[in-house]
Design a binder for this molecule. Structure first.
Ligand code: XMP
Length: 360
């Protein structure tokens, strides 16, 4: 039986560094290329020239906000884009509602690749994608719990028949076999991570899953064209550094961004303190809300402390990530991956790694 590792099982060995300031570090990442079609009329107006060109989809911050109804709607998508990352607008709504969210976010996002929208792999997903694409969406995320599935294969095939020149993200998967299958089925990027999310109960309910860091290592272990989008279980900025060093191109955050002003819903007061709701999309409450029935609950509903503006939460996360790069002597993600040396921690090392001051 193979042993697997989770974020807390490893540390990165500090490396010689000549980085003098964290501002020298570029934590930007790339989602691949998107095809652009430029049409121009001839001067006489008698003919139309069509030119195709490839454009890189670059982000200055490798962070994506999760497509959950307590995390990403228009306001979060706009704020994520402003911060240099991007948000995936969730799909637990009508097509009209989701299109309205995308249109509203686009008012604050200048580039059409500055936000993404989630769709399913069955039901109205094709119509949803077509309408979102008409509204300008270029990045789609096929967002299902078990992405290594024939539904996802069919959905990727059908989307490619109907929509051109877009980026297709799909998932979630946990194994290299699944990653490679989704890549072969046409996914431009693959969400990697099953059951590791803070509000997930999939592993408890079904006995299935793989620690997210292990899945990242596995999926990034071979040559690939699809990007690795690590998802679920990030608790602190150090986990993000470990994920990027292990081969992730981006990380998806839920709980680390939950409770901010830009998440949907109001802050609630309890015992003089403010909280916001954060729930798994497969929790009983969420399922009842979006489809009126619950089959098997694989998530929980929680409240998290209210945390103010997203920009300040992200600034703290980004500061930690930049600092992490400099501890590895790395100026960018490529250098981080090349230089990273992972060490396994014993249980007593884990205790030492966490703050452990003794009060007497
Ligand atoms: P974090 O740890 O960032 O995880 O809060 C967010 C990710 O968790 C996934 N997700 C779920 N997984 N049951 C699950 O097993 C659920 O109800 C659920 N809701 C969200 C999703 O991948 C998200 O990005």
């Amino acid at each position: 039986m193979r042993e697997t590792i989770a974020f807390d099982d490893v540390l990165l060995e500090p490396q010689y560094s000549d980085i003098k300031s964290r501002s020298e570090v570029d934590i930007g990442s790339n989602l691949g290329k998107i095809m652009r079609v430029d049409t121009t009329r001839s001067e006489a107006g008698t003919s139309v020239n069509v030119e195709m060109r490839e454009e890189e989809i670059n982000f200055s911050v490798p962070i994506i906000s999760s497509p959950m109804d307590t995390v990403t709607e228009a306001e979060m998508a706009a704020a994520m884009s402003k911060s240099g990352g991007f948000g995936i607008i969730h799909r637990y709504n009508s097509i009209e509602e989701q299109v309205a969210m995308a249109v509203s976010a686009f008012d604050h996002v200048a580039q059409d690749t500055g936000l993404a929208a989630a769709i399913g792999a069955t039901g109205d997903y094709l119509e949803r994608a077509i309408e979102l694409n008409k509204a300008g969406v270029k990045i789609f995320c096929i967002d299902v719990a078990h992405g290594h599935h024939s539904h996802v294969k069919d959905a990727l095939f059908n989307l490619k028949q109907k929509i051109n020149n877009v980026h297709l993200m799909a998932g979630n998967v946990a194994t290299l076999t699944a990653f490679k299958d989704l890549e072969n089925w046409g996914a431009d990027s693959v969400r990697v991570g099953i059951g590791g999310g803070s509000i997930c109960s999939t592993r408890i309910r079904t006995g299935h899953g793989i620690p997210t860091l292990q899945s990242i290592f596995d999926c990034a272990s071979v040559a690939r064209t699809a990007k690795v989008i690590a998802d679920g279980g990030f608790k602190k900025s150090g986990d993000i550094v470990k994920a990027l060093a292990a081969g992730a191109d981006f990380v998806v955050l839920g709980s680390m961004l939950a409770g901010t002003d830009e998440t949907p819903g109001e802050a609630l007061k309890k015992d003089g303190k403010l909280y916001k709701k954060y729930r798994g999309m497969a929790s009983e409450e969420a399922q009842l809300d979006w489809r009126g029935r619950c089959s098997v609950s694989e998530g929980i509903c929680a409240t998290v402390p209210y945390r103010g503006r997203l920009s300040s939460v992200l600034a703290e996360i980004e500061g930690g990530v930049r600092s992490g790069f400099s501890y590895s002597g790395a100026r960018n993600i490529g250098e981080l991956r090349a230089r990273a040396r992972f060490l396994k921690q014993t249980t007593s090392a884990q205790l030492e790694s966490n703050t452990h001051i003794l009060f007497r």
